[in-house]
Design a protein around this ligand. Sequence first.
Ligand SMILES: Cc1cc2nc3c(=O)[nH]c(=O)nc-3n(C[C@H](O)[C@H](O)[C@H](O)COP(=O)(O)OP(=O)(O)OC[C@H]3O[C@@H](n4cnc5c(N)ncnc54)[C@H](O)[C@@H]3O)c2cc1C
Length: 452
Amino acid sequence: MSSRSTKFKVIVVGGGPIGLTAAHALHLAGIDFVVLERRLEIFEDRGASLIVHPHTLRVLHQFGILDDLLPRGVELDHHLSFTADGHVFAEGNRYGLIREYHGHGPVAFHRAELLESMYNGLPEGAKEKILTDKKLTDLTTTHDGVTATCADGSVFHGSVIIGADGVYSKTRQIMRDLALKENATRSWDPVHPYTATYQLLFGSFPSPSPAGQGYDIQSKGKAIMYFSGTDRGWFFLYKRLPRPTSERRIYTQKDVDAVAEEFAEFPLTQTVKVKDVWPRMLGAGLTNLDEGIVKHWSFGRIVLVGDACHKMTTHLGLGFNHGIQDIVVLCNSLRKAVRAASGSQGPRAKVLTEIFENYQAVRMSSVCSLEGDVAKSGLETRMHAWHNPCYYLLSRYLSVPHTIEVLFMKYVMAPEFRKGQVLDYVTGEERMKGKISWVYPVSPTTVKTDYS
Ligand SMILES: Cc1cc2nc3c(=O)[nH]c(=O)nc-3n(C[C@H](O)[C@H](O)[C@H](O)COP(=O)(O)OP(=O)(O)OC[C@H]3O[C@@H](n4cnc5c(N)ncnc54)[C@H](O)[C@@H]3O)c2cc1C
């Protein structure tokens, strides 16, 4: 960690998985920060899981938390696909191939436990900078700084704002207002820039099957993903909406129960149905499955990361993984600029604007896999829910042969995973070693990331 001291300070809005990632990365970069989280607790448990892929495990290792984290998750090692009437039509080895190519299979974590490990893995001095019950309500920016105001009246001054406040980002909304106030005729993203075509009921329950199994269950307009951990299982019940919508929808318990009822007879495994686990739920939530990429990721001293600037369906389990990549790319550049800045105030406004614009350009380019992964996640969701006859044919027949799966994992997914970036200012051991090399290796000496 750098001991260089400037007055440069980052205000991170949102203490979700990507806000906590920012806390780790900024702490390691020696950049002062504060995280403002609106909830009263960091580890809210709504029953969700997070699948973490090997390129992300590398970054978590750089944070020094991998060894604490791995025993809390379960590595996926077997996948079955079947129809809603129980017909098994594919038995895949996709997780084994990921392990073979990248050194570790995907790991399923209980989301609340992952957040707990991320938070507990921070040094005490960094933990003190994560403040709860701080709901951002307003932002003002000047030529040399930013001010964030929270619902309780507290005010925070800093140099830049990182908006890690999720799909309905208040930071994004205020940034939009500021941009349009400056020039009412400029084109900007709509208030809610994403569109949902599917609805998702997710939840967890005591696991009825061996740990490490993944299942997908397909039918017309409805599909399920199910993963089993050591103690609990997690399901994801997908239902096509009557029409795509960009409206924010908050669902009630009655809505949750109604969707669960519709799926009651659907199988989760060859012997267990949704109705068997529903009375034993440990937590559940219903949400629209937004998709899209925001066009404007920054304005002046404000920049967005994670779900605030891109959102994909959950079928490939990549949203969190991409938020981590945002922070890595952003902090690699930010740290260099802070170190290079001559004055104690940190980089000038113009430099920050360039860094933020370059960050978006890199994340949207073929250097990263973001755009392709948003498309592939949406494709997988539509295939599983037999969105139209083409998706049905693709899912039930064309993609089923083992050779196709191997070719897909080797020539489509592996080249994307291997692009995973790491913090170029944290040196150490490369823990994930498979048959396919990483484009950006973790090095015992500092690695230069050069996008030019
Ligand atoms: C059911 C489900 C399963 C998923 N499974 C996977 C998976 O397996 N793998 C994967 O990679 N991704 C998965 N995802 C996606 C993943 O959860 C998200 O991509 C990830 O959580 C994004 O993190 P984030 O920190 O950007 O946003 P969020 O997780 O939404 O966190 C935003 C934080 O900001 C806070 N906040 C919001 N507004 C304010 C405000 N005004 N002031 C202060 N704080 C505020 C919120 O309270 C929250 O803590 C899944 C998503 C869902 C819904």
